[in-house]
Design a protein. Structure first.
Lengths: 113, 113
């Protein structure tokens, strides 16, 4: 069964801290995405990738780095976390194409205090 | 860039009644449009997708209308039941990728028994 697994599911860090969110997909998909969800904004695309070693900038990339180490694994890095990055983060994967199914993980709730 | 505005942010619906959620988008490009459902602690579940050459689509108690003249997408839930209580998001595909989406702000639907 197609799956996108995010870890950790919950994370609390301090301002200025270093955080890595992990995402693994077992769907053999080329494309992976990181979104953040905030009340009043819906989901907004941070970064995405179309394969190992590739990184594309999304709509709200400031303060975030990402790395795609393998086809399965996509990481989101916050090197100097700020309270404004407190959010619910979703990873997703899809095959190539305009109407292929998109699989979302269950989300990581990050709190920056 | 593309913007999607979704209304209302909250909707209370008596069980058995219908509810309508409306999204207004800005760009006119040919695209796929999507409706997602989010339940607490879960990822996003795709309800329906429509291509921009479609005006109306019905599936399993849901009706999606696409008014290209007014740049509006709507979701009609008929005969609401408690399992319909969730957050609903509209989204528009961008950049030719199914996972590269511009989301509306979301609508919290509560079905009242």
């Amino acid at each position: 069964e197609a799956a996108v697994t995010q870890s950790p599911r919950n994370k609390v860090t301090v301002t200025g801290g270093n955080v890595t969110l992990s995402c693994r997909q077992t769907n053999s998909h080329n494309y992976m995405y990181w979104y953040r969800q905030d009340t009043g904004h819906g989901l907004r695309l941070i970064h995405y990738s179309y394969g190992a070693g590739n990184l594309q900038i999304g709509d709200v990339p400031d303060g975030y780095k990402a790395t795609r180490t393998t086809q399965e694994d996509f990481f989101l890095l916050l090197e100097l976390a700020s309270p404004s990055q407190t959010s619910l983060y979703f990873c997703a994967s899809s095959a190539r194409g305009r109407n292929t199914e998109v699989f979302f993980g269950k989300g990581t709730r990050l709190t920056v205090v | 860039g593309e913007q999607v505005e979704q209304r209302p942010p909250h909707l209370s619906v008596p069980e058995g009644d219908s509810a309508v959620i409306i999204c207004t988008y800005t760009d006119s490009a040919t695209a796929y449009f999507y409706w997602y459902k989010q339940e607490p602690g879960a990822g996003l579940q795709l309800l329906m997708s429509v291509f921009s050459n479609v005006d109306r689509k019905e599936e399993q108690g849901l009706t999606v209308l696409l008014n290209k003249k007014d740049k509006q997408l709507s979701l009609n839930l008929t005969a609401a039941h408690p399992g319909d209580s969730a957050v609903y998001f509209c989204a528009k595909g961008t950049g030719g990728l199914s996972g590269k989406l511009t989301f509306g702000e979301g609508t919290q639907v509560t079905v009242i028994s």
